[in-house]
Design a protein around this ligand. Structure first.
Ligand code: HEM
Length: 529
């Protein structure tokens, strides 16, 4: 565990200190004064230490993530139960991470918000990212999920537009919910997600007290190459806690990083947060008996038909030692699966799978997988070498470093060969097309979710939606009320009445645009007297 050093408490005499050096290993004589002609300057250009120091500082940040920029993380392990519910896990998957009850696999987790920038408030109403990287014996497995179990859209084609609408106005750089609702009002599939997001479930109290979900549908593959559809869910053993808007504002008035602080301090105290991992399993089929498409990520799989089956638990017991190295540079992706897992035909999942490693090659660099946080603990024997910042140790270049290609008669690495594992080979017989799915059912589950909320959650939902929609164009308000009414007549009516009430109050409270603060700067030099 990282030692929590208090910079204020050290007594200079007691501390044993080593000499500061440059990155070239030269001891630094003077780290306070640049080299100048005389004591007032001008500065000299050959001042290697200063130029190295300032130019490295100028490059200290990597681009923030295009989404999920604000985050924090921790390390720990996953412990498998060796079973899925009461059945041996091998019936469904040959993934070794789940076999052998009690086996532990090291992991790291990054929690995040979505739309805000790197230092934005952690009290924002936003889904929370829940990305887990497991360093399994068969290589890395990433489960890149969110706290909420569904998503706004079901087709990856819409993602860039959705994020543009959710982020700040590109002209003013001011966040504006009217842009988000403009997009959402033309995307009825988002009604279910909006119902969760504007309820208290849209502001989890802390990262320790929220659920996680893979959201998209994956496959599990067994020894025979047979596959089932699977959804993953993380359930916090600490319980689930959400905030009202007022509670979030009170926290935000004091700090914008309460969730990072909460996680870090809990782990420092030795209160290690835990989550249980559940799966829902479904036969890989169209399931015409359902009123929705099982691959549609705007839908929940009903628990009574597809029960949550426990498969293991996760414990977080170590904080990062260096946030930038271990969390900011961490790179997760939905393509990072191990043997015994596969992709489903979920269109979002397939679009996501291209996007993650693509952005990471830009954000972190071509060799992002060599960084300790991203490198697997399983052996890596690859011919994908070189590029900027290739930090491989030449001593570990394999038995025959001249053979950096495959196949070869004389040496180098060799593919495992198809005979070793039975592949899962789905078959297709359909025309290629750009088309929506045939069972959109955009409103059914949204209405069900509305009715399943507790009273206080429903009241918060109506209030939050009314406040946000009151500033929107009338056409957007009408479209949103229409969507909510389709979901549940009472839901639509209450939002409509709520919008009218807030607009009336806004009208009554209307004053001239006042600049906040008190007048200052009476002195001639602007500093007061
Ligand atoms: C981060 C793309 C949908 C969860 C990201 C990043 C991209 C991206 C480009 C930044 C990655 C990085 O810089 O390392 C997409 C696309 C989507 C999509 C194209 C839809 C087609 C989703 C969905 C979920 C999700 C449905 C929830 C299951 C996350 C999380 C992160 C993330 C948790 C942050 C990972 C981290 O902590 O580094 N996404 N995303 N995304 N996305 Fe998505």
């Amino acid at each position: 565990m990282a030692e929590n050093k208090d910079v204020n408490s050290s007594n200079e005499q007691d501390v044993k200190r080593e000499t500061l050096t440059t990155r070239q290993g030269h001891p630094v004589l003077d780290n306070q004064n640049i080299r100048t002609i005389g004591d007032r300057g001008p500065a000299t250009l050959e001042n290697y230490h200063f130029i190295e120091k300032i130019s490295h500082f100028d490059r200290e940040e990597v681009p923030e993530r295009v989404v999920h920029a604000r985050g924090t993380g921790a390390f720990g392990y996953f412990e498998t139960y060796g079973k899925v519910g009461d059945e041996p896990v091998e019936k469904y998957t040959r993934a070794k991470v789940f076999s052998g009850a009690g086996k532990k696999t090291p992991l790291m987790v990054r929690f995040s918000t979505v739309a805000g920038a790197k230092d934005s408030p952690e009290t924002d109403r936003d889904p929370r990212g829940f990305a887990v990287k497991m360093y399994t014996e068969d290589g890395n497995w990433d489960l890149v999920g969110n706290n909420l179990k569904i998503f706004f859209i079901r087709d990856a084609m819409k993602f860039p537009d959705m994020i543009h609408a959710f982020k700040a106005d590109p002209a003013s750089n001011v966040p504006n919910p009217a842009r988000m609702f403009d997009f959402v009002s033309r995307s009825p599939e988002a009604t279910h997600m909006i119902t969760f997001l504007f309820s208290p479930w849209g502001i989890p109290a802390t990262y320790r007290h929220m659920q996680g979900s893979g959201v998209n549908t994956y496959k599990w593959v067994n020894e025979k190459g047979e596959a089932v559809l699977v959804k993953y869910h993380w359930e916090p053993k600490q319980g689930i806690r959400n905030l009202t808007t007022d509670e979030a504002r009170t926290i935000q008035a004091k700090t914008v990083g309460h969730a990072t602080q909460d996680l870090y301090e809990a782990i420092e105290r030795g209160e290690y947060p835990e989550w249980e991992l559940y799966v829902q399993i479904m036969e890989d089929d169209y399931h015409q008996e359902l009123d929705f498409d099982p691959l549609d990520d705007t839908k929940l799989w009903p628990e009574d038909k597809f029960p949550w089956l426990p498969v293991g638990k996760m414990v977080l017991d170590r904080n990062p030692v260096d946030y930038h190295a271990e969390i900011e540079q961490a790179a997760f992706g939905t393509g990072v699966l191990v043997d015994g897992m596969d992709f489903s035909d979920d269109k979002m999942l397939q679009g996501r799978t291209f996007s993650y490693s693509d952005t990471q090659r830009y954000r972190v660099g071509a060799n992002y997988l060599q960084l300790p946080v991203n490198a697997p603990k399983a052996p890596v024997r690859t011919n994908q070498h070189r590029g900027q910042m290739d930090t491989r140790d030449p001593k570990e270049s394999g038995e025959n470093p001249s053979i950096n290609y495959e196949p070869s008669m004389v040496g180098g690495y060799q593919e495992e060969g198809k005979g070793s594992r039975k592949p899962h080979q789905p078959t297709y017989n359909a025309a290629a097309m750009s088309a929506p799915i045939d069972r959109p059912n955009n409103y059914g589950q949204a209405g069900h979710t509305y009715r399943s909320f507790e009273d206080w959650e429903r009241d918060e939902l109506i209030k939050n939606l009314s406040d946000a929609l009151a500033i929107c164009d009338k056409r957007i308000q009408d479209a949103m009320v229409h969507h909510f009414t389709q979901a549940d007549e009472e839901y639509g009516r209450r939002v409509k009445e709520g919008i009218e009430k807030v607009m009336k109050e806004m009208q009554e409270a209307k004053t001239d645009n006042q600049v906040p603060g008190r007048e200052s700067g009476k002195s001639k030099y602007g500093q007061g007297t």
